[in-house]
Write a protein that binds this ligand. Structure first.
Ligand code: PLP
Ligand code: COI
Length: 341
């Protein structure tokens, strides 16, 4: 199969229409079989639940070309489970988890020419999503839904690749206690746009959100979880019911413990203690691990020792091991790598 003629190494994190996408509709209480189609347009009621009341959830994962030349997807079963949790929280029907993995696999296979080659630094981002598609005017769940999966080749999420980021402590909150911060719903991102546009305008790469109840604990950024490293080499990640349970973060904790022999802790992290950490990074599918060089809290700067040019040593080891597993250079834990035959 011939790859598309794309300058893979210079891709950013943006949408590029690929050949095929998967579409399945839910009506009268059941999902249809679903089809792969070349049509990238969606036609729905002007009064659709997604348009009026933001009834939509999504997922994000990546497909890679390994060193051995295989196309693989990283832990899609966990995305299927998380999307099921998201759907339940927004009163949407669950798209069956096994069918989710099948749909993702078929979509990646149908876009094989768009899976970036090994060593290019790019990957194929896979975006499953689901939305209420029929008319609702009273505030209630839709009766009909559409589940879709599209793919797009991407480069690094943050411009500059793995250069350390500068964050600011946001004056806005991302998620309420007992709200929807733990699910992957469009509404959590719509409300973050004001804060991110403003952060960019002021020269910051991202916002660090504090917990809404006390504004003393570190939650996450708009699109990634935090990882910290203590001065004695322990990996620490914030525990909270209002952050997204990142698959990358959960995987990195296993990598840290089982591959690197590091002690790991998932616990509440107070903003007051951030200045004492040796390293800080953001982790997520899009972000992979992006090092944080500086956090600014209303003019007060916290600068991490590795500075603004390189990753800290533990962050680098975590990055190398995780990407090594994803790209087939390092043996993966059982079940982590889903091969697209
Ligand atoms: N937190 C938020 C708010 C996100 O949008 C994402 C991206 O998916 C993550 C964390 C990282 O999650 P994952 O590692 O599963 O991609
Ligand atoms: C991902 O990492 O997959 C995400 O969904 C983050 C998003 C903000 C691009």
């Amino acid at each position: 199969m011939e790859k598309k003629n794309i300058d893979w190494s210079n891709l950013g994190f943006s949408y590029l229409k690929t050949d095929k996408r998967f579409v399945s509709n839910y009506k009268n209480g059941a999902w249809d079989e679903g089809v792969l189609t070349g049509d990238d347009q969606v036609t729905i009621s002007e009064c659709a639940g997604v348009l009026q009341y933001a009834q939509t959830v999504f997922e994000g994962m990546k497909a890679y070309t390994t060193e051995q030349g295989k196309t693989v997807i990283f832990r899609p079963d966990l995305n299927a489970a998380r999307m099921a949790d998201s759907a339940r929280r927004l009163e949407m029907p669950v798209y069956p988890e096994n069918k989710f993995v099948q749909a993702v696999t078929e979509t990646v296979r149908a876009n094989a020419a768009w899976v970036p080659p090994y060593g290019s630094g790019a990957t194929l981002y896979v975006r499953p999503y689901m939305f209420g598609s029929d008319a609702v005017i009273g505030v209630k769940p839709s009766g009909e839904y559409q589940f879709r999966v599209f793919t797009t080749p991407v480069g690094p999420y943050f411009r500059g690749g793995v250069k350390p980021l500068t964050l600011r402590v946001s004056d806005f909150d991302r998620a309420a206690p007992r709200g929807t911060g733990h699910i992957k719903a469009g509404l959590n991102y719509a409300m973050s746009l004001y804060a991110i546009v403003n952060a960019h305008a002021e020269g910051y790469d991202e916002n660090l959100y504090l917990d809404a109840a006390t504004r003393t604990r570190v939650e996450e950024t708009g699109g990634a979880n935090f990882l910290f490293v203590t001065k004695d080499g322990k990996v620490v990640t914030p525990k909270s019911n209002s952050i997204l349970p990142s698959i990358t973060r959960r995987s990195l904790m296993v990598v840290a413990r089982d591959y690197l022999g590091l002690e790991c802790e998932e616990r509440e992290v107070y903003f007051d203690e951030v200045k004492d950490f040796a390293e800080c990074g953001l982790c997520g599918t899009a972000a992979v691990i992006s090092p944080v060089g500086k956090i600014v809290d209303h003019g007060h700067e916290i600068c991490f020792p590795a500075g603004m040019e390189t990753m800290g040593p533990v962050t680098q080891k975590l990055y190398d091991t995780l990407t090594g597993i994803q790209m087939g250079r390092i043996e993966a834990p059982k079940g982590w790598i889903h091969v697209v035959e």
